[in-house]
Design a protein. Structure first.
Length: 406
């Protein structure tokens, strides 16, 4: 035992050089998590947590280090059945610490696995399990690893762009059929380098930003709040199986400055950004006007090039700084969403006199007067699709909501 402790101390001493910091992160791998979706449905998940008192989250905890730090990731696997690993997606690490099972190692039930590396250049990276990764990533075993400059300052990289606010948006999807026990509890043969697991065809019905969707995106920790002429750094990351087409309001003056942790030689000013699965982009915004709008995120099937869903991240630009106390909250709520032929409008005491529903082509398909109840039931027989619901008072639009008919 003494020999092992001395050897471990020697390795750690060699690992940290003068001027570096030692950064330790522990991730607890669990396969009995639960995730409540925006419509109240609860799904089984796999995931990572940092303590036994918390549910594994989707995405997993965001991990941080500064450039040049010596990092130790301690993976403690308490899952029964499948082993797990940590693959450091986009980070420049050696093969032994890369988390691909047959090229490095697997971490089995009640075992610890340690990953050692020096944090490379600043950027936004993923970590995820690489055991039967198609299923384990969908199950929720992923998160973001952020490397900041050596001094930890709010600069994109040494000699890069300073900013006031750093905001992370991680896009993904969920197909509930992939979260059934029949898929999650697959057999695992440790003698095989390639595992064959029968899974249904992928048809996601939940489309996530930071693990949330629909009305959940109104929460202040997701909504983008900034001030005129204030520079914000948006980290846009896609770990789903669909592509993302991100459309920024023109007034944000979005500039795409980095991709996959590398600066772009000629930054591009554009209100549209395409992000394929596994990609990460850095975007600077500097609005010059007050604004209440949203960032539109479309989830695009790469086989058909059709949009399967659109999510909206609220944007509030104020003329002054200090917006931490501002709560973006819509005056109306539509639920359940998606739904069949019936949904409800909750008004939170707000007065309105009319509801109009438009199809994806902008055609008015339904109009209904308000009956002065705080929660109004809408019954309407329409084809499946995405609809716009306008709530009006004296012909002025008070709110616009999206309804998905399933």
């Amino acid at each position: 035992m003494t020999r092992r402790i001395v050897l471990y101390f020697f390795l750690m001493s060699s690992f940290v050089s003068v001027g570096q910091q030692m950064v330790n992160h522990q991730l607890i791998a669990r396969n009995l998590g639960e995730k409540e979706m925006h419509d109240g449905i609860v799904l089984r998940t796999f995931g990572f947590a940092q303590s036994f008192s918390e549910q594994p989250s989707i995405p997993g905890p965001t991990l941080y280090a500064n450039e040049g730090d010596s990092v130790v990731l301690d993976l403690f696997n308490v899952s029964q059945g499948a082993p797990h690993t940590i693959h450091l997606h986009g980070l420049d690490v050696n093969q032994e610490n890369d988390g691909v099972p047959h090229l490095s190692f697997e971490v089995h039930h009640m075992e610890h696995g340690y990953y050692y590396f020096v944090a490379p250049h600043p950027g936004t990276y993923f970590y995820h399990c690489h055991v039967v990764s198609t299923i384990h990533v969908q199950a929720g075993m992923y998160g973001v690893f952020i490397v900041k400059p050596a001094d930890g300052s709010n600069i994109t990289w040494d000699g890069g762009h300073p900013y006031s606010q750093d905001k992370l948006y991680t896009m993904s999807e969920i197909d509930p059929l992939w979260h059934e026990d029949s898929v999650m509890e697959h057999d695992h043969d440790t003698t095989q380098t390639i595992h064959e697991v029968s899974i249904p065809e992928y048809h996601p019905s939940y489309f996530l930003v930071n693990g949330q969707s629909e009305q959940q995106l109104l929460e202040p920790d997701i909504a983008l709040q900034t001030a005129k002429e204030e520079v914000s750094f948006l980290r846009m990351a896609n770990i789903g199986y669909l592509a993302n087409r991100v459309t920024f309001p023109e007034e944000l003056n979005a500039k795409i400055i980095s991709t996959d942790g590398r600066p772009i030689v000629n930054p591009e000013i554009s209100d549209t950004l395409w992000i394929s699965p596994g990609e990460r982009y850095g975007v600077l915004i500097e609005p010059i006007v007050d604004l209440i709008d949203s960032i539109e995120i479309s989830y695009v099937n790469m086989n058909t090039l059709t949009s399967e869903d659109i999510q909206y991240v609220p944007v509030l630009v104020s003329g002054t700084n200090g917006l931490n106390e501002v709560l973006i909250k819509r005056p109306f709520e539509l639920y359940p969403n998606p739904s069949a032929d019936q949904f409800y409008i909750k008004s939170f005491g707000q007065a309105y006199d009319c509801i109009k529903i438009y199809d994806a082509m902008g055609r008015l398909v339904h109009i209904e007067n308000h009956d002065n109840t705080e929660k109004k039931s809408i019954n309407i027989n329409l084809a499946e699709g995405i609809y716009k619901v306008e709530i009006l008072l004296s012909q002025c639009v008070l709110d616009t909501l999206k309804w998905i008919k399933r």
